[in-house]
Design a protein around this ligand. Sequence first.
Ligand code: CS2
Length: 503
Amino acid sequence: MTLPRLNAATVPARSLLHRRAVPETGIVHLGLGNFHRAHQAVYTAAALDHADGPWGILGVASRTATVADALRAQDFRYCVVEIAPEGSRVLVPAVHTGALVAAHRPEAVVDAIAAPGTRIVSLTVTEHGYTFSPRTGHLDLDHEDVRADLRGDGPPRTVIGQIARGLQRRLRRNATPVTVLSCDNLAGNGTQTARLVREFAGALPATEGDELAGWLDDAVAFPNTMVDRIVPATTDAYRTAVADHLGVRDEIPVPAEPFTMWVLEDRFTAGRPAWEDGGALFTDDVEPYELLKLRLLNGTHSLIAYLGALDGRAIIPDAIARPFVADAARRVLHDEYLPSLTVPDGIDLDAYVAQLFDRWGNSALGHRTQQVGSDGSVKLRQRVPEPALGHLRAGRVPHHLALTVAAYLCCMAPPTGFDAGPHAAAMADPARSELRETARRTTSVRDFVAAVIDSGLLGDRLAGHPAFTERVAELIGVLTRHGTASAAADAAEAADAERLPAA
Ligand code: CS2
């Protein structure tokens, strides 16, 4: 039997997260991927369930039209499939009012940012989407698309270009205040976005740039946020779950774990939805929450993904079910990430950590090691260097942070004769070809690791710590000669030996 397609007429009322009319557009969201649709969209639906407001979302996909086309065909309805081991729930947020593809209609994106009705420009474009130089963290002025956006001889191609050019048009047309809200896993995501937009303005011809920079100070806020929800890629299993639960066909359901968290600074220059109605937490100081999440969750997640992939595990729950992976995860989390943080007031650390292991172990979710391992070159610099430097400066080698980097490099540029397996091979990474090239032109693993670290892949400060380079190289040696579990055992033994009191 062919099921009816999900749309405004066929959506079962019981699954709608709010029953109000779809509001007018007040939010332009860049990055129409699964994360936004299972996170901010759900909080916005919860806010609208309590009160009307101009908080419809115009979603902007960067290149591919699949989601935007399906959204239009479904009257902007789609399902969030919440997956828990004990069963799943299907919910429909219904908060989108339009969908665009930036690569097809770049001018429309600039116009939408400039529109007076737009109060918030939010973004989930992944670490990779911010076009910062991996070495310096500053706007990458050598990037071809950044240069084209600065020349302005065509519509902007980069996200920072779209925001800066959209704000410039807004300033000229109506000069109404607006908030730019980064929802990506970057430390100080609002501060970093503001800096990159200012760097863009600073690289424009002087009068143009000064005018924009002055207005940014007066009328544009960039609050910091911490976002958290594990959201895997969509597969047919989730389309089937929607068909089974709701009796309709949704081409673009979003799977998500039940857990969700959002912590934001309350600095919005043109109003905001009452996201607290969906459980969001507003605070003056997001940083401790961001660092807690970026390091304990995301940092440990990277290690689980790389060890798991090298051990032949397709999904995170199967990786963490391996005792040696769970042991390495506990060690990196407790001994190497935790000392670099201040736990925010009100967080029960033991409960938070226990919950992380439950979340990673959610076997019904099928979160792929390949997904978490992808884009390591832009993710790891947010996760590894700061905590590693803290240990190195105190004279300790962080063996499990070194193991994270070693396992990442084995996935990206497997040494000759070493087979990293299909899950590592499937990881996408903008630096993969450069890493392979570096491996090809160096003559030893030690030289390869030194060249990678000197290239600034993990920022520019680890290069001054040869002990870290040495340890990464040793662990790559053990991993490729004796296997992933042996490398984890080597890291654990070295960490234990250093913990023993001196004789
Ligand atoms: C993951 C995150 O892919 C990754 O790097 O660590 O996407 C993680 O699942 C989310 O940040 C959870 O909030």
